[in-house]
Design a protein around this ligand. Structure first.
Ligand SMILES: Nc1nc2c(c(=O)[nH]1)N(C=O)[C@@H](CNc1ccc(C(=O)N[C@@H](CCC(=O)O)C(=O)O)cc1)CN2
Ligand SMILES: Nc1nc2c(ncn2[C@@H]2O[C@H](COP(=O)(O)OP(=O)(O)OP(=O)(O)O)[C@@H](O)[C@H]2O)c(=O)[nH]1
Ligand SMILES: [K+]
Length: 462
């Protein structure tokens, strides 16, 4: 049953020139409001069969002046995206007519939707849960096939099902504990109860820990593996960058209407999105040893999930090279010996004393030699162990990760409490808290304020 909300409208396609632009209208009065501005002979949106599309014009009812020639999709709730009555007006692309159509709807009964409000209604009207709503946003922002699969899996409700199962176990346990307390049939009921609580707490904790193990990968799929390419001048960094940025792989995202307005550069390396960090601070300096001390460079290194350290193997290692090795010892690092087409001048045996030999890749960026191997190494680092199952459930959302960690801590409290022979009702409190925390992931237990904040990160019109 859908709740009663006012009727909202927004442009649901990106701003700018396109063949078609869509204005979406959702709410109890959607058909009525649309009929005020829609003209097509004597045809009324209110009377056409649901899930049909119709030709006509949008006019200013005061003057009957035409704003646009349109196609109108009419969809009656609850079988709609929001579960409310929905009208989608397909306008001509560009910004003038579509804005006129939107203005006409707004001045005849609709309210401008907030960012994410359509999806929020899908959530509030029970069509999707919170983690699925968040997946909608992830889907919009997905940068690689794999990231898209993760989001689609979450939209399908795979994460929700997992979380609901865990909540089910906790609720059953709490119910059993109540029964034991209310109807103590045996003398050892106290012992039985704590035994059950501990057993279930340990079980659920194990499941959460397993889920959290996917978090690192999930987060990288979502946000990209922050990657810094560093090395002395002229060793081949720009060449490497260009190889990685080959046209078919380059992804440049410009996420309009969202909280992030920066343009970031991503490359897709065998399904792993690399977010290239601007290391100009490291690259463009003359005295590297000194510059490594510069805060900007340090910051770039600290932010990097992966460092690609490039050497020219046609020259012996210099003190600058050694300083770079020092500076990246703590980093997740791949060492690239470039210019393999030229004579070897670099003492590899000596290098292998200070860097992990398995982290070394040989390339000739002039001829592309070794680039495939490098890409394989990057992907292997990322998918280490679990050869990138596409359908695996990943936790990728920082909010979910934080909640899972808190839920796990609550379960630890349960175990500690039982071991310390605390009263059962105190232990129950921690178990209940865990149940609540997990519920925040799916939105089963969640505060209004959080909802507002979450949905406001969506795009306008979504
Ligand atoms: N024109 C248009 N295209 C779109 C969307 C949209 O809102 N409008 N979507 C917006 O993101 C996506 C599709 N997502 C949708 C998800 C559910 C329903 C929906 O009506 N669900 C009903 C049952 C549908 C049925 O079985 O007939 C339901 O779940 O009750 C519609 C769109 C992508 N493409
Ligand atoms: N022979 C040979 N030359 C290469 C190779 N890779 C790059 N070069 C050449 O080395 C020179 C420097 O390459 P870049 O990619 O500009 O090096 P860089 O590290 O970005 O240099 P800076 O921007 O000055 O720091 C260019 O002339 C490249 O063509 C290689 O594998 N073999
Ligand atoms: K260069």
């Amino acid at each position: 049953m859908s709740l009663e909300f006012d009727t909202i409208a927004a442009i649901s396609t990106p701003p700018g020139e396109g063949a078609i632009a869509i204005v979406r209208l959702s709410g109890a009065e959607a058909f009525e409001i649309a009929d005020r501005v829609y003209r097509s002979g004597s045809k009324k949106i209110k009377q056409v069969p649901s899930h049909t599309i119709h030709y006509g014009h949008i006019v200013d009812p005061n003057t009957e002046e035409i704003a646009d020639e349109v196609m109108v999709s009419v969809m009656q709730g609850p079988k709609t995206f929001t579960r409310e009555d929905v009208v989608e007006i397909n306008c001509h692309g560009g910004i003038v007519s579509v804005n006129q159509v939107l203005q006409l709807l707004l001045s005849h009964g609709a309210r401008l939707a907030e960012p994410g409000e359509f999806t929020k209604r899908a959530f509030l009207n029970g069509r999707i849960d919170l983690s699925q709503a968040e997946a909608v946003m992830d889907l919009i922002r997905a940068k690689t096939d794999r990231a898209m699969h993760v989001a689609l899996s979450q939209l399908d409700g795979n994460l929700s099902t997992l979380i609901r199962n865990l909540r089910g176990i906790i609720l059953d346990t709490l119910a059993q504990v109540e029964v034991n307390i209310d109807y103590p049939e045996y003398d050892d009921v106290e012992e039985m109860t704590t035994k059950l609580l501990k057993e279930k707490a340990v079980q659920v904790r194990g499941n959460i820990a397993q889920l959290l193990e996917t978090a690192k990968q999930g987060k990288i799929l979502r946000e990209g593996l922050a990657t810094a390419i560093i090395g002395r001048p002229n060793v081949g960094k720009s060449s490497l960058l260009n190889h990685l940025l080959q046209e078919e792989k380059a992804i440049v995202t410009d996420i309009a209407g969202t909280t992030r307005d920066v343009i970031e550069e991503y490359v897709n390396v065998q399904g792993v999105p690399l977010k290239l960090i601007d290391t100009a601070g490291i690259r463009e300096t003359e005295d590297l040893v000194e510059q490594i001390g510069v805060e900007r460079s340090r910051k770039a290194l600290a932010e990097a999930d992966l460092v690609l350290l490039v050497f020219n193997q046609n020259e012996p290692l210099t003190s600058e090279d050694r300083a770079l090795i020092e500076a990246t010892n703590e980093s997740n690092r791949i060492v690239i010996l470039n210019k393999m087409d030229l004579e070897n001048q670099l003492d590899v045996a000596q290098l292998e004393q200070v860097v992990d030999p398995s982290s070394i890749v040989r390339t000739s960026l002039l001829s592309q030699a070794g680039v495939k191997e490098l890409e394989g190494k990057i992907a292997a680092l990322f998918f280490s162990g679990q050869t990138g199952e596409k359908d695996a459930t990943y936790v990728s959302n920082v909010r979910h990760i934080a909640l899972l960690n808190q839920a796990m801590a609550a379960l630890d409290e349960v175990v500690v409490g039982i071991d310390a022979e605390m009263p059962v009702d105190l232990v129950q409190i921690d178990m209940t808290r865990c149940w609540d925390l997990l519920g925040e992931i799916t939105g089963d237990s969640v505060q209004d304020e959080l909802l507002t904040q979450l949905f406001s990160q969506f795009c306008l019109g979504k």
